[in-house]
Design a protein around this ligand. Structure first.
Ligand SMILES: Cc1ncc(COP(=O)(O)O)c(C=O)c1O
Length: 394
């Protein structure tokens, strides 16, 4: 059975994580894997999550199936968190999914069933799982320009020129906020221009929002998506509770489909449910129950929002401190973009050789493409990173 198989490519992030764990040097810095870490390098359970879990432990009365579409209270809360009142409720449908990845899969299956010949346009660069996922559902991936490595910012003119040339068979995968891996994001005005373009061409948006609340706040991070939602007849969006609720291993996410009318939204929902039923039957319950409990209780919600705000502010403080430390040492503004970026990541734009050198000489770990996880930087390591980076790029 397996003899003729070729070895499948392994995810580089996990190899990097293993190398970091084996490194015995004091003061090593892990800027690799994309999970939030506090100043002690820990990924803590949020206190609102702990309290919700305690409540569930005391009140849960069944382990019966949750149903193919998952927890209705969770789905309603996720729609509200992402879209607020930007689109009439009768046009919106959602299913609970196993994480943001599961939600993306459900939506890609929906796209495949709606238009088997669709091409899915992915930003250059993007989360490394986007292209394999598009290929796995049998759709064709394509690439649109996004990041300007010379400035560290979005190359918006190149992006919009590509989008303007698309048509009805095209799907545009947009990061809702906190772009992974670059950290460079669209301004609200640019989101408006993307909406103009999609309106004109009929290309269909698939939005991936895995980091709501990690950039400028829950509502500000969703402002671009809500602008699209208020203007376009149809779109789909995957949301994730992995980062903003810290529920990585509990696999809580939501696949949201917005139709032109209640009738077409129902058609989309039925296809999503049938795809889920044939793939994994039902989503896991626990993480979604935790989220629904938090979002449905004003005190827990306030506590969660405050914790999220503290995480966000810490990432922004790290950004400012790193950009300043580099500027002082290099006498240049070359890395100032780090302070402008938002979310957990920044793509530094340095060569693989520099990345290797930082690992070998300074025990500083980042992805090959020079993506850093800004949350992985403890306050007392900022100077070490700035020194090493300036020395390696001189
Ligand atoms: C851009 C992007 N989309 C989706 C996901 C999926 O997250 P999860 O499946 O863990 O919820 C991630 C996680 O790293 C991501 O960075």
């Amino acid at each position: 059975m397996f003899e003729h198989l070729k070895p499948a490519p392994q995810d580089k992030i996990f190899a990097l994580m293993a190398a970091f764990n084996e490194d015995e040097r004091q003061g090593k810095i892990d800027l690799g894997i994309g999970v939030y870490k506090d100043d002690h390098g820990k990924t803590p359970i949020m206190s609102a999550v702990k309290k919700a879990e305690q409540r569930l432990l005391e009140t849960a009365s069944t382990k019966g199936y949750v149903g193919v579409g998952g927890d209705k209270a969770f789905n309603a809360a996720m729609i509200d968190l992402a879209l607020a009142d930007s689109v009439p409720a009768e046009r919106v449908r959602a299913v609970q999914a196993p994480g943001g990845t599961g939600a993306l899969w459900v939506l890609m299956m929906l796209i495949k069933r709606s238009n088997p010949d669709a091409r899915v346009w992915i930003s250059d660069p993007s989360w490394p799982n986007h292209t394999p996922m598009v290929e796995q559902v049998g759709l064709e991936p394509a690439v649109y320009p996004y990041f300007d490595r010379s400035t560290g910012l979005v190359n918006f003119e190149a992006m919009i020129e590509t989008l303007d040339g698309l048509g009805k068979n095209d799907v545009v995968l947009l990061h809702g906020c906190c772009h992974n891996p670059t950290g460079a994001n669209l301004s609200l005005e640019q989101w408006g221009r993307v909406a103009d373009s999609l309106e004109r061409t009929g290309a269909f948006p698939l939005i991936d929002m895995a980091y709501q609340g990690f950039g400028d706040g829950l509502d500000k991070d969703a402002a671009g998506v809500r602008l699209l939602a208020s203007r376009l007849p149809e779109f789909v969006m995957a949301t994730s509770c992995s980062k903003n609720f810290g529920l990585y291993r509990d696999r809580a996410g939501c696949a949201i489909a917005v139709g032109e009318s209640a009738r077409t939204a129902d058609l989309a929902l039925k296809q999503m449910l049938s795809a889920v039923r044939a793939a994994y039957s039902q989503p896991p319950a626990h993480g979604a129950e935790v989220v629904a409990t938090i979002l449905g209780d004003s005190a827990l919600r306030a506590e969660w929002e405050a914790e999220l705000e503290a995480m966000r502010n810490r990432m922004i403080a790290n950004r400012t401190a790193l950009a300043e430390a580099i500027r002082e040492r290099s006498n240049s503004t070359d890395f100032d973009f780090v302070a402008e970026h938002r979310g957990m990541f920044s793509l530094l734009g340095v060569s693989e050789k520099v990345v290797e050198r930082l690992k070998d000489e300074d025990a500083i770990y980042m992805l090959d493409d020079s993506r850093i996880n800004i949350a992985g930087l403890a306050e007392d390591r900022v100077v070490k990173l700035a020194d090493a980076l300036v020395a390696a790029t001189r």
